[in-house]
Ligand binder design. Structure first.
Ligand code: SAH
Ligand code: TMP
Ligand code: ZN
Length: 413
């Protein structure tokens, strides 16, 4: 039995998605026969409530010079991080000459706001290509993985921080104890660590199983995050649900007793109990929901194929690797995936090997159906794809349930 990465208790995995590739490893045809696969399995530790992957590829295999995820692709996310930065400046940067650090700063989507406000900042981003974009914008960036030893080096060179920020990265790091110890060392006594990640409660409620892929080693709840930081003399002082990435939670962590604990923390923990996030049975029910979702989606795609209508995937997201490989969605069901990221275009999706083509291929010749892999950017996409709907196009959506949008005409599929 695997051991929990947080508390070392043994636990049983509750789901296996079978063999999976690295979600952001888009490849050329020549690379098909040497593609890397691992078994994607997740488990729940009933001792500390952490949901986690049993196995994860090495960090160097996922984060490197050719990392395919560029944060600034989404305008909606740029706005989200602008608001995030403004909230941090308002509430936590009251000292003279404050210092902000961001872990997993990618192309600088968050830190550019601090740069513009003339605030001392430092990004930590191991993927060289995206880090270089941030550097070219004038953002101070270190191209390394964050851990306790790097934190101590930063303290020596730059001093401690008023705020450490992290979005969609804390849940990527299996050596989470080193992260927590690093944060503790790097923060001023009255400082805050504010991070956000996809929220376990949303994953369970929406059956959004595609949040489960190689990079996401942890699926946090307020309960599991509290357990972890308590071991470092820290506590969760605030939580704020976020609409982004299909439902995220922003956690504010501070040294014990340094800040008042917001009522939101107690309320969210109550909600988690009602949702059963502390019970193994919840995850068995989730597995059944996942299997039903897969069966419905594959049935729908087969019916469409029988009618000889076209389906194109919309956005080659990391999450789509789990959906395509778990459901067995191959190029005979989905013609290609349209994506705006240049380094993905012309390549093939990991595992399922569906070709990724420029966005123009989608708009030049609308298919009857578009499979919305970027369901988490639904609002942004629906707003700009009015013409697809006007030309009688339908979205295939699978979160929170498999459905067509707009609704099909009677007898359509
Ligand atoms: N914060 C951005 C990027 C999220 S993607 C956003 O929300 O859009 C995760 C990023 O974390 C990647 O750019 C990856 O290279 C980086 N990363 C992965 N492991 C890390 C580590 N140990 N320390 C710092 N960054 C890390
Ligand atoms: P994400 O869900 O991991 O943020 O993935 C974003 C991917 O979706 C990225 O490859 C860019 C792509 N994308 C589009 O192609 N069109 C869009 O309108 C949006 C919002 C994203
Ligand atoms: Zn545990």
């Amino acid at each position: 039995m695997p051991k929990c990465l947080v508390c070392k208790a043994q636990y049983e995995p509750f789901i296996s998605f079978g063999k999976m590739p690295i979600a952001n490893a888009f490849l050329t045809r020549e690379q098909f026969d040497k593609e890397y696969f691992f078994e994607l399995k997740a488990g729940f530790c009933s001792n500390c409530s952490m949901v986690q992957l049993v196995e994860q590829p090495s960090r160097e295999m996922m984060f490197h010079e050719n990392y395919a995820f560029f944060s600034s692709t989404s305008k909606f996310m740029a706005l989200h991080f602008k608001e995030f930065s403004e909230a941090v400046i308002r509430s936590h940067l009251k000292s003279k000459n404050p210092f902000v650090i961001e872990i997993g700063s990618n192309d600088g989507i968050m830190l550019e706001n601090f740069l513009k406000s003339g605030i001392r900042h430092l990004g930590i981003e191991p993927s060289g290509n995206v880090a270089n974009i941030a550097v070219s914008k004038g953002i101070s960036t270190i191209t390394e993985f964050f851990d306790e030893s790097l934190a101590k080096k930063i303290v020596k060179k730059y001093g401690q921080a008023d705020a450490i920020l992290a979005a969609n990265v804390t849940c990527h790091i299996p050596y989470i104890h080193s992260v927590a110890a690093g944060v503790k060392a790097l923060l001023k006594t009255g400082g805050v660590f504010i991070f956000e990640d996809p929220y376990l409660g949303d994953i369970i409620e929406k059956t959004s199983y595609d949040q489960i892929y190689d990079e996401h080693v942890f699926y946090f709840s307020v309960a599991s995050v509290s357990y972890l930081f308590e071991q470092y003399g820290m506590e969760v002082v605030d939580v704020e649900p976020q609409d982004v990435h299909g439902g995220s939670m922003r956690y504010t962590i501070a040294n014990k007793g340094a800040k008042e604990i917001s009522m939101a923390v107690f309320k969210q923990r109550e909600k988690e109990k009602k949702l059963g996030l502390h019970l193994a049975g919840t995850f068995d029910a989730f597995r059944k929901n996942v299997e039903n979702s897969r069966n419905q989606l594959i049935q729908l795609l087969r019916n469409i194929k029988k009618q000889k209508k076209r389906v194109v995937g919309y956005a080659a997201t990391s999450k789509s690797a789990t959906v395509t490989n778990f459901c067995g969605i191959t190029p005979d069901l989905v013609e290609f995936i349209s994506d705006t990221t240049p380094i993905k275009q012309g390549k093939f999706s990991p595992g399922a090997h569906i070709q990724v083509l420029p966005y123009k291929e989608f708009t030049d010749n609308y298919p009857e159906y578009a499979l919305l892999f970027a369901w988490n950017h639904r609002e942004e996409i629906m707003a700009k794809e009015q013409n697809f709907i006007k030309s009688d196009g339908r979205w295939i959506v699978y979160v929170p349930s498999v459905h067509l949008f707009p609704l099909p005409k009677v007898g359509e599929v």
